[in-house]
Design a protein. Structure first.
Ligand code: GNR
Ligand code: NI
Length: 172
């Protein structure tokens, strides 16, 4: 159990396209374990490996409500297989863009194929918060952030804010 440091905007690594996992071996399982620990500690409902500076197509989620039992899920090489025509709006946030929230519209339901913690191929239908979170996480694997789904004006303001904060920090 190791907590890893979450990288934040404007770290350029967040814009990288991540590499597929060849096989879910003990090293990938250890990565998934660390990611779950880091996600629960944050706390967050999802985490992509690139957010801890690991350029691999690995995602963890737990979209259970606070009072429900934990439902940790691990995904290697997740791919969207279908999306609903119906859209849903969620107030999204991102652990790599702390304290900024904005409404994003995405397909309300989707299918996802992936390799699970044991390396077994799986296919799952998602709805509700999980559908939004898995789409948000798969975006991360392709270097896409939720601010790419909002207006350019709002995006530019938020990127500028984080770039300034980093400059101030390195000057101090
Ligand atoms: O913790 C998170 N909450 C969240 C809320 C709405 C839509 C997506 C998310 S994912 C986010 C954690 C994160 O940054 N994952 O990449
Ligand atoms: Ni995120």
């Amino acid at each position: 159990m190791t907590l890893r440091k979450i990288i934040i905007l404007p770290d350029k690594q967040l814009r990288l396209v991540c590499d597929p996992v060849k096989e879910v071996d003990d090293e990938i399982r250890a990565l998934m374990d660390d990611m779950l620990d880091t996600m629960y500690d944050a706390p967050g409902v999802g985490l992509a490996a690139i957010q801890i500076a690991v350029r691999k197509r690995v995602v963890v989620t737990d979209a259970a409500r606070d009072d429900d039992e934990k439902t940790p899920l691990c995904f290697a090489n997740p791919e969207i297989t279908w999306v609903s025509e119906e859209l849903a709006e969620y107030e999204e946030g991102c652990l790599s863009i702390p304290e900024f929230f904005e409404t994003v519209e995405r397909p309300a339901r989707c299918g996802v194929s992936y390799l699970d913690y044991d390396g077994k191929p799986q296919e799952m239908d998602c709805d509700g918060l999980l559908a939004t979170v898995i789409q948000h996480e798969i975006d991360h694997l392709n270097g896409v952030l939720f601010i790419d789904h909002i207006s350019k004006l709002k995006r530019d303001i938020i990127v500028k804010k984080f770039t300034k904060a980093k400059k101030r920090e390195s000057a101090a």
